[in-house]
Design a protein around this ligand. Structure first.
Ligand code: G3H
Ligand code: 13P
Ligand code: ZN
Length: 305
């Protein structure tokens, strides 16, 4: 069966990554679906706790069902679940995988909660992602003030104790548009050491948006006010994907930025426009272009369906 586990294993063997793309409305999901179809890619469609409550679980499940009907190599994932209850809810709803993000707890408590989620999820055939170390960020439910790099020894103990199927590591990325004040860097040495200890564990990179400066320029030219925006470089992501076991690359900001910069442009250039299809449709088109290019040139998931 070509389930998520199948694709994670295939990605480890063939050095490509599945994009884990966040959606929060029909148009952002449509952009992901059509990019995955155009490039023949498997991918993960992620909803955060706040996106789940924004759309409502019935809409999320109906949208995901439609997306999977169009591309069966799309997998529904709960992003940054903060409690056992929300992870259990996602498992019961029929998600393919859940992330329990207990990285703010101390190490032993993180293990305890992650293991509890894994025991429940695995009984129902649902995969589990855990996190150790902390990834800086400013999204609604995802807050950590500074990067605390993952310790490879702790990663090893954590994975063995909890039985997680995927492990999110903190190696220098962060959530949102302001990832770096200087040149982007990633601690590849941490990946190398984790891979020495756990050669077949699928690794996950959060905060992996590249924050294309052309999109920031469009955003600011049409009334936006983003300053000091900087993402991870494509070169570093390519290295993480092709030379390491990073097989899930989380991306939300690039979708938000492409979508909203284009929407701003249409609205600024067409001051009498009131039809949401006109500006959301252009936002969707731009997000699809950005995602297709990412699947082809950075994740190398194109053709791996
Ligand atoms: O990593 C977090 C995602 O970007 C989700 O953010 O809670 O604002 O939907 P959100
Ligand atoms: P970005 O903010 O870099 O897109 O990261 C998203 C993410 O990690 C979702 O879990
Ligand atoms: Zn994240």
């Amino acid at each position: 069966m070509k389930d998520l586990k199948f694709y994670l294993n295939k990605a480890i063997k063939n050095h490509f990554a599945l994009g884990a793309f966040n959606f929060c409305n029909m148009e952002s999901l449509q952009a992901i679906v059509s990019a995955s179809l155009k490039t023949k890619s498997p991918a993960i469609i992620s909803v955060s706790e706040s996106a789940l409550s924004y759309m409502g679980e019935d809409f999320v499940m109906a949208l995901a069902k439609t997306a999977k009907k169009q591309n069966p190599a799309l997998f529904l994932h709960l992003d940054h679940g903060k409690s056992y209850e929300i992870c259990k809810k996602a498992v019961d709803l029929g998600f393919d995988s859940v992330m329990i993000d207990a990285s703010a707890l101390d190490f032993k408590e993180n293990i305890k909660l992650t293991k509890k989620v894994a025991l429940y999820a695995h009984k129902k055939g649902v995969l589990v992602e855990g996190e150790i170390g902390q990834i800086k960020g400013v999204e609604d439910n995802v807050k950590a003030d500074q990067n605390i790099y993952t310790s490879p020894q702790e990663a090893c103990e954590f994975a063995r104790e909890t039985g997680v199927d995927m492990l999110a590591v903190a190696i220098g990325t962060s959530h949102g548009v302001n990832k770096y004040s200087k040149n982007p860097t990633l601690r590849m040495d941490i990946l190398t050491e984790i891979e020495r200890l756990l050669p077949s564990l699928p690794l996950v990179l959060h905060g992996a948006s590249t924050v294309d400066e052309r999109l920031v320029e469009t955003f600011n030219n049409f009334g936006g006010q983003l300053s000091n925006a900087k993402g991870v470089s494509e070169e570093l992501l390519i290295e993480a994907v092709t030379k390491h076991n990073v097989v899930k690359i989380n991306t939300d900001t690039d979708i938000r930025l492409s979508f909203t910069s284009e929407t701003r442009k249409v609205l600024e250039e067409n001051k009498k426009e009131i039809d949401p299809r006109k500006y959301l449709g252009k936002g969707r088109e731009k997000a699809e272009q950005i995602l297709s290019a990412k699947m082809r040139n950075v994740l190398f998931s194109a053709g791996k369906k």
